[in-house]
Design a protein around this ligand. Structure first.
Ligand code: NAP
Length: 282
């Protein structure tokens, strides 16, 4: 059986095309406010990709690029202003914030209805309670959407997730439970990572560490989702696992780049359109 490449780039493009069509039928323009504090190079690239994607699909993005020395109160006041602005549908606070700011409390300031990243405890809580629709955190949402578009049903599968962060590991675990997978979540205190990885029908690796999962551990015909992103010294991007050997064993696998990264941006746009529609239906 030849291995299917789960093409996040092409799938994200298809989603953006669908959104563009949908937006053209609306009598308003869904609007995303993007806040970037400082000039972290990776964040600047992410924000510019998100802004470009919005423009392409017909969403409006309003950019608030603040100096790295901005104090927390100024940022808090900006978020409150955007919460109260009826022309704004979604608010994106690009992380990481400068070290003098408390990310958690500032993220919580965004009202759940405009939390298009899906990080607010209300939106995370809904996912934990079984929601698979709504403002779902973008990266896990992108994983689920990619699986669905390739007709990969997690139901009944042994799903193993490496990583338990609040933006990837925990919400993807909750979503996969809702989709009837049997889920194991691994982390730095997991005793035998190889044991868990080698019995996964569906493996999601989101550790942010290269090669902690040896590709040779992968079960034959597993579906492998590599969320990690690393820039090598020569400038190329790579994921958490060594691709070639994983590709030889898997039935389907995401590439890096071109896998979960573009899907995450597409889901941000999808969440913004959903937030715009929900606000107007209430
Ligand atoms: P994070 O907050 O640093 O969490 C990493 C998780 O991996 C933690 O739960 C950690 O366990 C676990 N881990 C680390 N080393 C491990 C080891 N040796 N064995 C087992 N578990 C280990 O990272 P994150 O924000 O979830 O991001 C993970 C990766 O995904 C990063 O490379 C990030 O750049 C990438 N990412 C990509 C996208 C995208 O759009 N493609 C979006 C978000 C993140 P403990 O909890 O025990 O510390």
């Amino acid at each position: 059986m030849s291995t299917v490449i789960l093409d996040g780039k092409a799938t994200a493009k298809a989603i953006r095309r669908e959104l563009k069509k949908e937006i053209s039928t609306l009598d308003y323009t869904p609007t995303l406010a993007v806040i970037l504090v400082g000039k972290d190079p990776a964040s600047t690239v992410y924000v510019s990709s998100k802004e470009k994607a919005c423009k392409w699909a017909g969403l409006k993005s309003i950019n608030h690029h603040l100096d790295a020395s901005t104090d927390s109160e100024t940022l808090r006041n900006l978020i409150i202003k955007l919460n109260n602005d009826p022309t704004v549908d979604g608010i994106l606070l690009q992380l990481p914030l400068p070290s003098h700011m408390d990310e958690e409390s500032l993220l919580m300031e965004i009202i759940p209805e405009k939390d298009v990243d899906g990080f607010h405890p209300v939106n995370q809580g809904k996912v934990l309670l079984g929601a698979t629709k709504g403002l779902i955190p973008c990266t896990p949402y992108g994983i689920i959407e990619l699986l669905q578009r390739y007709d990969i049903n997690p139901s009944g599968k042994e799903a193993v997730i490496v990583g338990r962060s609040s933006i990837v590991g925990r919400p993807i675990a909750a979503l996969l439970i809702s989709l009837n997978a049997t889920v194991t979540v691994c982390h730095t205190k997991t005793k035998d990572l190889k044991f868990h990885v080698s019995r996964a029908d569906l493996l999601v690796i989101a550790a942010g560490r290269r090669n902690i999962v040896d590709s040779s551990w992968i079960k034959k015909d597993a579906v492998v989702i590599d969320v990690g992103i690393h820039r090598l010294d020569d400038g190329t991007l790579t994921g958490d696992i060594e691709f070639d050997q994983a590709h030889a064993l898997a039935s389907a696998i995401t590439p890096v780049p071109g896998g979960i990264g573009p899907m995450t941006i597409a889901m941000l746009l999808k969440n913004t359109v959903l937030a715009a529609k929900l606000r107007r239906s209430n």
